[in-house]
Design a protein around this ligand. Structure first.
Ligand code: MEV
Length: 443
């Protein structure tokens, strides 16, 4: 079927948008409207709030919101809020938290909190001439021109940390950058950074135009390409770690502590040297990180992009976690670059985000960085623990059982039957279907 483009879709009311979609794409089948409506919130104010988070909204898309308790992090016992649709992620986190609770828990260190942004520009000028102009004039002007924008942030203890001129002409003809580092304290700081950078672009333009050392031709060559923060923040980084004596590393799968430690470490080494494995390994880490990032109203696309860029920073994609066994001590850690906020953005608007932050004891941005790194490390520990012992499917399918049963339209009574049925068996899709048919035939 051919569809026609629509004019002014954003200006249509919610109902008119739905009417148009159902007519144009869904064969005029009004039952689809029901699906959208059943996710509308009965509280009109809350519904409006959600609609205004984004654009062209016609419904809400729910995600399960779960809790992983028993996380001992830097001596504090926390229950982590996790928004995630994948079964077994919350269970895995809870299991890892419980494993480490009596071994000192998770320890974290904030390594740095610097964020970065660039004004990318083209200027056909000798690099040393530009560097001289930057050192003796422009840099000071850039700080002065952003004083209004940075005032509140400076009052909160942050602001622009430094600005450098970067010569990129070896990579692209006449390409330079103003590379700035920022401290955005408790906010993620995207709007703050981008506002500063846009001002840099304007000031650069004005100052170059008024600068007598540049010829008219040089001045005319200036093009501000873009002013934008970088989501790659290798200097906004936290370490989370666990460690214990091998003799305390008891796994319940029946293998010895030494064998478990060796197998575990080898699995981490494989992720360090093999990008195909590293991608899945890191995906598992991000299961834990993203779930808490979303529950706390932060931007999971930014945290994903940053983590993977960091994993590839040395030219080969590798593991974000590492493991050593030295002098009988098992040590497992993650260095996670991550930029998040606890003020601004959705944090003051979304009621569940407010709940998450309250549950976590109203953490600072740095404390949230620590919690996120722990969540990623715990998730990776749980995944590797299963992978090197029982295999991942045993636990995963157990959690996935309810999805299969819901697809089959199982009743509560039937679901209870399956929980008992699979108590000591690995769940497989085939086995569920066979037993389901047996059960239905019997009844
Ligand atoms: C599944 O979402 C994540 C895992 O594949 C991670 C891993 O293999 O380490 C279990």
């Amino acid at each position: 079927m051919n569809h026609s483009p629509v004019e002014g879709f954003s200006k249509l009311s919610k109902q008119r948008k739905i009417d148009w979609l159902i007519k144009e794409y869904l064969n005029d089948d009004r039952s689809y409207e029901q699906i959208l409506q059943q996710y509308w919130n009965g509280d009109a104010t809350l519904q409006k709030l959600h609609e205004e988070f984004s654009e062209n909204t016609i419904s809400n898309f729910y995600m399960p919101y779960g809790i992983a308790p028993n996380f001992l992090i830097d001596g504090k016992l926390l229950a982590l809020p996790m928004a995630v649709e994948e079964s077994s992620v919350v269970a895995a986190a809870s299991k890892a938290a419980k494993f480490w609770i009596d071994k000192g828990g998770f320890k974290t260190t904030i390594i740095n909190t610097k964020k970065l942004g660039h004004t990318h520009f083209i200027l056909n000028v000798e690099p040393h001439k530009l560097q001289h102009f930057f050192n003796f004039k422009l840099k000071k002007k850039l700080f002065e021109a952003t004083e209004e924008i940075t005032k509140n942030m400076r009052n909160r203890g942050g602001g622009i940390l430094n600005i450098r001129l970067i010569d990129k002409t070896a990579d692209l003809e006449n390409y330079f950058q103003l590379k700035a580092s920022f401290d955005t304290v408790d906010s993620m700081g995207a709007n703050f950074i981008n506002s500063c950078l846009e001002q840099f672009g304007k000031t650069l333009k004005e100052e170059v135009a008024n600068e007598e050392v540049f010829t008219q031709e040089e001045k005319d060559s200036l093009q501000i390409v873009m002013n934008i923060l970088s989501n790659f923040t290798p200097d906004c980084i936290v370490r989370a770690e666990v460690s214990c004596k091998i003799e305390d590393l008891k796994d319940d799968s029946g293998i010895s502590n030494e064998e478990f430690a060796t197998k575990f470490k080898r699995a981490v080494t494989i992720a360090e040297i093999e990008p195909f494995r590293a991608t899945t390994h890191n995906k598992g880490i991000m299961n834990g990180v993203d779930a808490v990032v979303i529950a706390t109203g932060n931007d999971f696309r930014a945290t994903e992009a940053c983590a993977h860029a960091y994993a590839a920073k040395d030219g080969k994609y590798t593991s974000l976690t590492h493991c050593t066994i030295d002098d009988g001590i098992f040590r497992f850690w993650i260095d996670l670059p991550i930029s998040v906020g606890v003020v601004g953005g959705l944090t003051n608007l979304h009621p569940l985000v407010k709940f998450s932050l309250a549950l976590l004891g109203k953490p600072s941005a740095q404390e949230l960085m620590s919690i996120l790194a722990v969540s990623g490390l715990a998730q990776n520990f749980a995944a590797l623990r299963s992978l090197v012992t029982t295999g991942i499917q045993k636990g995963h399918m157990k959690m996935h059982l309810f999805n299969i049963l819901n697809q089959l339209g199982a009743t509560e009574e039937e679901k209870n039957h399956f929980v008992t049925y699979f108590k000591d068996k690995t769940v497989t899709h085939h086995e569920v279907i066979t037993e389901f048919n047996n059960l239905r035939n019997k009844n």
